[in-house]
Design a protein around this ligand. Structure first.
Ligand code: PBG
Length: 322
């Protein structure tokens, strides 16, 4: 008449639930993406990402120290330059906004958190693409690799612990590895954006970096429909020397995170991107979702899917809660 098996027994008290919990999120597994805007006197709020700022050099330093105090594992830094050009010169300039801010942060934070620099040209190009263009206006893969090689060395010299190639050019991890090694930066790691989809969820990020892009990135970012292709990208990046591989976005791609984590022999990161952030913030602001519970549920889900670490705009706040 009655059930002989009662799974509810293990859900009865908070202590029981905690004891049998299979997935944990720890502060050091969270990486905070931050934006620094060249020439900004005051931090500028990003309208589509409530709570996220384009930092000034000063406010970045302070916010980074606060985040590290809260316990975050790392900071992923993006630059917003004043001037842009066709080849993204600001990205390789040692005095470009990103390199200057990396130097500031390394000075401020030391080795207390992992500093990851965004290694991509899109913030620095006047056409907004992640690489340089050929005469026909197409993104030129191999000419872009040369720029990435130079940019990686500049970022290593500015103080990045790891560089994060995010432009989805073929061969980028191998070229960056070789450039770093040749320049003597054998200890600087590569957090490879191995599986990066051409996603609508990047919309608010493009506001945050004042992207000049018209059109899309579908000739280099992946089709959201494909998982076999994602595993091929993973394998190539592993072969080329990635130290950590990443899947991006996170929540719509939990199956991809799972598949990648099963095949990867290096740690796997997932990027909970700007659109994922904006959706929950907007719903919470309307009183439609319990903000904190929703955020923690998403982070737990991404970990459960197989991510070892998560890039999230809530990193500092969540680290505080945890
Ligand atoms: C490109 C880059 C993008 C993001 C980080 N680096 C996306 C893009 O514009 O294609 C998106 C991150 C986010 O949405 O939070 N270098």
């Amino acid at each position: 008449m009655f059930p002989t098996h009662r799974p509810r027994r293990l859900r009865r008290t908070e202590a029981l639930r905690r004891m049998v919990s299979e997935t944990t999120v720890r502060p050091e597994q969270l990486i905070l993406p931050m934006f620094v805007k060249e020439g900004a006197g005051e931090p500028v709020p990003v309208a589509s990402m409530p709570g996220v700022l384009q930092h000034s050099r000063d406010s970045l330093r302070k916010a980074a120290v606060d985040a590290v105090r809260a316990g975050v594992g790392g900071i992923a830094l993006f630059g917003v330059p004043v001037t842009k050009d066709a080849i993204g010169s600001g990205g390789t300039d040692p005095n470009g906004v990103l390199n200057v801010a990396l130097r500031d942060l390394r000075h401020e934070v030391g080795d207390a958190a992992v500093l990851v620099s965004d290694l991509c040209l899109d913030e620095f190009t006047d056409h907004g693409h992640c690489g340089v263009l050929d005469a026909q206006g197409n993104v030129d893969n191999d000419a872009t690799l040369t720029r990435y090689a130079e940019m990686a060395v500049a970022q290593a010299e500015a103080g990045a612990h790891m560089v994060g190639p995010s432009g989805m050019m073929d061969g980028q991890v191998g070229v960056v590895r070789e450039a770093l090694d040749t320049a003597g930066h054998t200890d600087i790691g590569i957090l490879a954006y191995s599986v990066k989809f051409a996603s609508a969820f990047y919309g608010p990020f493009r506001d945050a970096v004042e992207s000049s892009l018209t059109g899309d990135r579908k000739t280099y970012q992946q089709d959201p429909a494909n998982v076999r292709e994602a595993l091929r990208e993973l394998q190539l990046d592993l072969d080329e020397g990635a130290d950590i591989v990443m899947v991006k976005p996170a929540l719509s791609y939990l199956d991809v995170i799972r598949a990648v984590s099963e095949q990867s022999d290096v740690p796997v990161a997932a990027y909970q991107v700007s659109g994922e952030y904006a959706m929950i913030e907007a719903a919470a602001a309307n009183g439609w979702l319990d903000r904190r519970r929703t955020i923690l549920e998403t982070l737990t889900s991404i970990r459960r899917a197989g991510a070892d670490m998560i890039l999230t705009y809530w990193a500092a706040e969540a680290a505080d809660w945890l």
